[in-house]
Design a protein around this ligand. Structure first.
Ligand code: HEC
Length: 170
C-alpha cells in the first residue's frame, strides 16, 4: 500500500515539475473571451509568436494605481505567425504579424491569500502562473515562469504594463 502511495506521490510531483507554472493553483478562467478586455496585440519579443493580451475588470480598474489589485488576472493567448506559401511571415495592414495557429494560453493571477502549499519561489510578487493548451487542458512546459517576470517589480511584474496603462487612458 505504501508503495502505491509513494508511486502516486512521485507521479504527482513529476507532473507538477513539467507543468509550466502552477496549474494546481492558477486556473484558466473559462469566460475570459467574453468577460475580459483585449488591451493589446503584439509580436512577442521572441519574434516568433503573436500575443493577444486580455485583462479582467479588477486589472482594468486598478492598473493606473502603483500596482494592480488583488483579484487581477491577465491572459496571454499565444499564436504562431502565419506563413505564406514561400514560408514568409504574413503581415497585416498595421505591420503586425498575422495570427497563425493558436498555440497556448498563459495565465497570471494576482492574489494575496495563496494556499500555503503554493511555493512563493514559483511566484513573482503576488502573481501566480500557469500555461494551458487551447482546449483548456494543462500544457506541459518546463519554463520557470516567474524567473523573467520577477525583475519587473516597478511595473508590477508585467511586461505589458505600459500598454495596459495606454489602453486605459484612451
Ligand atoms: C524567457 C522569459 C519569460 C518566461 C520564462 C516567461 N515569460 Fe511571460 N512574458 C515574457 C515576456 C517578454 C512577455 C511580454 C510578451 C512578449 O513579448 O513575449 C510576457 C508576458 C506574459 C503575460 C502577459 C502579461 C505581461 O507580463 O505582459 C503572461 C500572462 C505571461 N507572460 C505568463 C507566463 C507564464 C504562464 C509563463 C510560464 C509558462 C511565463 N510567462 C514565462 C517573458 C517570459
Amino acid at each position: 500500500m505504501s508503495k502505491i502511495i509513494a508511486a502516486i506521490l512521485t507521479l504527482g510531483i513529476s507532473l507538477i515539475a513539467v507543468a509550466g507554472g502552477n496549474p494546481e493553483h492558477v486556473q484558466l478562467p473559462q469566460d475570459y473571451k467574453s468577460e475580459y478586455t483585449n488591451y493589446d496585440t503584439r509580436t512577442r519579443s521572441n519574434g516568433k509568436q503573436v500575443a493577444v493580451l486580455y485583462a479582467n475588470k479588477a486589472a482594468i480598474d486598478s492598473a493606473s494605481d502603483s500596482s494592480l489589485a488583488e483579484g487581477s488576472t491577465i491572459i496571454m493567448e499565444i499564436y504562431k505567425k502565419k506563413m505564406d506559401e514561400n514560408g514568409k511571415a504574413m503581415m497585416d495592414a498595421n505591420g503586425l504579424f498575422e495570427k497563425g495557429k493558436f498555440a497556448a494560453i498563459a495565465v497570471m493571477e494576482k492574489r494575496a491569500n495563496w494556499d500555503a502549499g503554493f511555493d512563493a519561489a514559483h511566484r513573482s510578487g503576488d502573481w501566480g502562473f500557469a500555461i494551458y493548451n487551447t482546449d483548456g487542458t494543462v500544457k506541459e512546459n518546463k519554463l520557470d515562469c516567474a524567473s523573467c517576470h520577477v525583475p519587473l517589480s516597478s511595473q508590477d511584474h508585467l511586461f505589458s504594463h505600459s500598454s495596459l496603462l495606454d489602453f486605459i487612458k484612451k
